[in-house]
Design a binder for this molecule. Structure first.
Ligand code: PGA
Ligand code: ZN
Length: 425
């Protein structure tokens, strides 16, 4: 596949911050890729290159990243032939020349990598998911919809970042989305009835001030029932408390609500109480990224009951994932493309996890765009579950809409993941 041009520009993400868009032209076909951006980032994520020039976008501009692509990367790669995603991404990695992608920036490298994957698919006239992984049979994911937002994603008093519903008892993805949206709208009227705000956070979930963190789970339980579904049987609950953000002076601090401090053991106790009381099937970042000892205890205590997903602790990085597997940490890996910075390395991370019997949970970032690559990625990898926001906001539902198209296109070549997609080790 002969690459004739790489062209980048600065555009905006869903928070109104600049991000990198790249166009790659192969065999006369031009395709785009756009990089997302996180707020509760892991320390070991590949580096997002920002200008730091306070006179533009409060230092968040990406003109240096864009110019690196338009000048250096385009000169080095235009006119070259790349036979695979691996060849293209390896060349980008070589050009960057750093361990953490800090020179060219993971934001520019990922946008280029996505654009190359899309241009390759277009030039062969195949869908992106087939370009990523060709299979006879694909699995449509359970959409884990983030209906209450807290933590760094909202200005409310809820400490924990994400409260999700997983509508798994459905014959198809299309029906599971309908179930999820019905609960989302029921939740809105329930919150209104209780006198709470129905303004939304970064990922489109409601962000009310509540009496306690636990009330978020209680009101979701009420909404599931009121919408006519059975909690646990039809729809379960997933949590991402994003606890790395709570870690302060060797303790987890509920800094938005009670200001109470928890040790690792006390937080594991809390999760266990909640898991015994509510139909929770997945807990992401139940402990922080530097608390490996706590993670091991949590895995031994809770790993047989629920899927324990590592986000900040693994950073979609195959080397760190391998360390986690060796240490018996968690049983699932959160997959975010921009944490590692190329499509090829993301697929490597998924392969490593799946080969070792870990599950993969495919994820958006809190700063998103109209780019729907993760919808194709979750289908390509048969990962069985995705989180990409609540039931509203275009940058979130664009992924659901792409999955609806893919399911229709695949017809009998796909099946819906269902409840068994949630891992218990
Ligand atoms: P982020 O949040 O994109 O702000 O990191 C998502 C998550 O923590 O899973
Ligand atoms: Zn997370």
């Amino acid at each position: 596949m002969k690459l004739s041009k790489i062209h980048a520009r600065e555009i905006l993400d869903s928070r109104g911050n600049p991000t990198v868009e790249v166009e790659v032209t192969i065999n006369g076909t031009t395709s785009r890729g756009i990089s997302p951006s996180g707020a509760s980032t892991g320390e070991k994520e590949a580096v997002e290159l920002r200008d730091g020039d306070q006179s533009r976008y409060q230092g968040k501009g990406v003109e240096i990243a864009v110019s690196g692509l338009n000048k250096e990367v385009n000169s080095a790669m235009a006119g070259q032939t790349f036979e695979s995603q691996e060849a293209f991404d390896k060349r980008l990695i070589e050009l960057d020349g750093t361990e953490n992608k800090s020179r060219l920036g993971a934001n520019s490298m990922l946008a280029a990598s996505i654009a190359f994957a899309r241009a390759s698919a277009s030039s062969k006239q195949i869908p992106l998911y087939r370009q990523l992984v060709e299979r006879d049979q694909y699995i449509m994911p359970v959409p884990c919809m983030n209906v209450v937002n807290g933590g760094r994603h909202a200005d409310n008093n809820v400490d924990f970042q994400e409260f999700m519903i997983a509508p798994h008892n459905a014959p198809t993805f299309k029906e599971s989305i309908r179930m999820g949206e019905e609960v989302f709208h029921t939740l809105k009227s329930l919150l209104t009835g209780k006198g709470y705000s129905t303004g939304v956070g970064d990922e489109g979930g409601f962000a009310p001030n509540l009496k306690s963190n636990e009330e978020a789970v209680e009101v979701i339980m009420e909404a599931i029932k009121k919408a006519g579904y059975k909690p646990g049987e039809d729809i379960s609950i997933c949590l991402d408390p994003a606890t790395s953000e709570l870690w302060k002076d060797g303790k987890y601090s509920l800094f938005k609500s009670t200001k109470e401090n928890f040790t690792s053991d006390q937080l594991i106790d809390l999760w266990e109480q909640w898991i015994d009381k509510y139909p929770i099937v997945l807990l992401e970042d139940g402990l922080g990224e530097n608390d490996w000892e706590g993670w091991k205890k949590m895995t031994d205590r809770l790993g047989k009951k629920v899927e324990l997903v590592g986000d900040d602790i693994f950073c979609t990085n195959p080397e760190i994932i391998q360390q986690g597997i060796d240490a018996g940490i968690g049983n699932s890996v959160l997959i975010k493309l921009n944490q590692i910075g190329t499509i090829w390395e993301t697929l490597q991370a998924v392969e490593l996890a799946q080969k070792n019997n870990y599950h993969c949970f495919i994820s958006h970032r809190s700063g998103e765009t109209e780019d729907t690559t993760i919808a194709d990625l979750v289908v390509a990898t048969n990962a069985g579950h995705i989180k990409t926001g609540s039931g509203c906001l275009s940058e979130r539902v664009s992924k659901f809409n792409q999955l609806l198209r893919i399911e229709e296109e695949l017809g009998g070549q796909s099946s819906f993941a269902g409840k068994n997609t949630f891992k218990k080790s």
